[in-house]
Ligand binder design. Sequence first.
Ligand SMILES: Nc1ncnc2c1ncn2[C@@H]1O[C@H](COP(=O)(O)OP(=O)(O)OP(=O)(O)O)[C@@H](O)[C@H]1O
Ligand SMILES: N[C@@H](CCO)C(=O)O
Length: 326
Amino acid sequence: MAVYTEVTDEALRAFLAAYPLGALRAFRGIAEGVENSNYALQTEAGDFILTLYEKRVDPRELPWFLGLMEHLAARGIDCPLPVKARDGQALRTLAGRPAAICTFLAGVWPRRVRPEHCAPLGAALARLHLAGADFHEVRPNGLGPAAWGPLLDRCRPGGDAVQPGLVAELDGALAGILATWPVPGALPTGQIHADLFPDNVFFLDGPEGKPRVSGLIDFYFACTDLLAYDIAVCLNAWCFEPDGSYNVTKAHALLSAYQRLRPLSEAERKALPVLCRGASIRFLLTRLYDWTATPAGALVTRKDPLEYLRKLRFFARAEGPASLGL
Ligand SMILES: Nc1ncnc2c1ncn2[C@@H]1O[C@H](COP(=O)(O)OP(=O)(O)OP(=O)(O)O)[C@@H](O)[C@H]1O
Ligand SMILES: N[C@@H](CCO)C(=O)O
């Protein structure tokens, strides 16, 4: 459930008066998502999404996120385009929160990932990386390797209650990951999405009923980091089956389609296994932190951290890039 901030009809109409979008026809809160409050809006000018940014997003970073989306949309990426009010500003205030209106993207995210989703996903990710190449403002990854140790420390008190021995296992895994993490400058960097899970990728049926990507959303973890790390996030999020097995067919489809547009360097190929372990531990740790810090009964849906422990163990056992589908 993600409508934390209620917006009254009157407040919304007053807010919309600053935009060249005509009169309001309908609006409703969207239950999905956990970070921000989202509303679907219909005005005389069409369909839009209104987002009120909640506590976890630093308002000082919003211009970077909105600027990146504007940049990508201008280069043909199907991502939300922030709509500017008549005064030229896309970032405004509503109900005491920073707020923005973005274009609505058609399509649905896949509740069950099929191999046919993975090639279009890989191509969309490569296009995103290429389109971001001339966006030069840097945003460091706040959830990158330097953050994992401190995050694990915050999970120490409650971690073993989730699974006995978990904290010691993560200490060992993290030390191994950090010891072999690519040194700065070793791999290509650029603007990455950093959270490209199935619920952030919309599809429509394309020619012959094959799924095609119609939109990428939720750029609020986007940052400047290793491009191949974004691939590692996708391999984690898209290529495991519900029984925990790695689906190399899906991974191969994703990687091949990506490489048709942006071939990986030898250094990136070699680094892929450790990048995958890093992506596993990143989502494991944020989920573990949320699991231990969120009071039971809170409105937020807690995600299972142990799903990512199983993925981490798989990548730790994997024998080289070929076993990951490269
Ligand atoms: N531009 C858009 N076009 C269409 N639907 C959108 C758009 N942006 C958001 N949505 C809808 O709102 C839902 C929640 O959006 P989003 O995932 O960005 O929420 P969040 O709370 O910021 O993120 P998180 O996934 O991190 O919890 C999406 O699943 C989607 O249904
Ligand atoms: N994609 C994240 C949630 C935050 O966007 C996860 O599944 O843990």
